[in-house]
Design a protein around this ligand. Structure first.
Ligand code: NAD
Ligand code: ISE
Length: 332
């Protein structure tokens, strides 16, 4: 196959970003069809491609189009399961943005359907595994010279979120990145998790608990403390510090010049995920295109999506209970 012909389901913020990179930026793929529940959103997606892009208003149509080799799902998390299941049923490779689905039960159905089909088809958009900085941290940890990791402190801050963002989404939409990434970085599984609510910021909309502190205990005994603060009002601020027996490793911050002006020394801060992780999305999708053309799935799998969702279920339970919740994944 020379060119992978892709159908994109969900033409919102990241859907349009992925359409542009799949069609114009990366090697070996073209977007041939788009689908969205809102016709005007689908049209916006198609306009990025050109007049020969097909527009669908239903999942069955785009998934079963014989011109579509593979699917990219960029609907909101609650609407991932239906297109992923349809792609599996059609035997087509599917890349889904994170989370795989919003509950462990839904993720398990996807894992089971994929296994029943006898072929790996699903990849999840845990793009931090492709980030240069996180890869550098992993290389140092795996190199062994820092000794055993003891604990890690992470922040996941955004400027603001819209009113459709609910308290549980601090876990299923936002912390899901650290749930997967820290599990991958530390090469360990979570056994217990807890959420402690911070004092509410006045910048959060009515009913949203923000910020939240999340605590993860791992099988090997590591502790991760994560601050999720999605109405920080100042920027998109992703940090990770791993404290080890022989030293401390910090995730490199994006490189910006430090300027001296008006009696101040200052450095810009990212405004959103789009730029902060732009290279990671490119690497992630280029590898997905190349693997898919070879009939392989080598990125984060449906199983990775499932174990992240089991952990997320524990955190969501703890948002209400306030206590440590057990996380149990079961057998592979
Ligand atoms: P968005 O709301 O901007 O876009 C979602 C689009 O999906 C909208 O156009 C909406 O009309 C459409 N849609 C909703 N329900 C649908 C359905 N049932 N079928 C077809 N289309 C449907 O959201 P977004 O910010 O682009 O996020 C989309 C997904 O991407 C989410 O899962 C989110 O978690 C993920 N995301 C990941 C990253 C990352 O860093 N990896 C960044 C942003 C978003
Ligand atoms: C968004 O969906 C993303 O995935 C971003 O990477 C994350 O930082 C943000 O919290 C989510 O809403």
């Amino acid at each position: 196959m020379d060119v992978l012909k892709v159908g994109v389901i969900g033409c919102g913020a990241i859907g349009r970003e992925h359409i542009k990179r799949l069609h114009n930026k990366l090697q070996g793929s073209r977007v041939v069809a788009v689908m969205d529940v809102f016709p005007e959103s689908a049209q916006r997606g198609a306009d990025l491609v050109g007049s020969d892009c097909k527009i669908y208003d239903n999942i069955e149509g785009i998934v079963n189009d014989s011109d579509v080799d593979a699917l990219v799902v960029t609907t909101p998390g609650f609407a991932h399961k239906e297109p992923i299941m349809a792609a599996i049923k059609a035997g087509k490779p599917v890349f889904s943005e994170k989370p795989l689905a919003t509950t462990a039960a839904d993720c398990k159905e996807i894992v089971d359907a994929e296994m029943a089909g006898g072929k790996k088809l699903v990849q999840v958009g845990f793009m931090r595994r492709y980030d240069k900085g996180y890869r550098q941290v992993k290389e140092l940890l795996d190199g062994g010279t820092f000794g055993k990791p003891l604990l890690a402190k992470c922040t996941h801050r955004a400027i603001s979120v819209d009113p459709s963002y609910t308290t549980d989404m601090a876990v299923t939409d936002t912390a899901i990145h650290e749930i997967d990434c820290m599990h991958w970085l530390l090469d360990d599984d979570w056994t217990q998790v807890q959420v402690i609510m911070g004092a509410d910021t006045k910048h959060a909309h009515e009913g949203l608990k923000d910020p939240q502190i999340m605590i993860f205990k791992s099988k090997k005994g590591y502790t991760v403390i994560l601050e999720v603060y999605v109405n920080s009002n100042f920027g998109y601020d992703i940090n990770c510090e791993v404290v080890c027996e022989e030293g401390v490793i910090n995730l490199p911050a994006p490189a910006y010049p430090t300027v001296r002006k008006n009696q101040m020394i200052s450095t810009p801060i990212e405004q959103d995920w789009m730029n902060r992780f732009i290279d990671s999305y490119d690497v992630e999708l280029q590898e997905w295109i190349d693997d898919t053309k070879k009939g392989e799935v080598n990125g984060p799998s449906a199983w990775d999506g499932y174990i992240a969702a089991v952990t997320a279920d524990g955190l969501v339970a703890s948002q209400t209970s306030g206590v440590m919740e057990d996380v149990s994944v079961g057998e592979t």
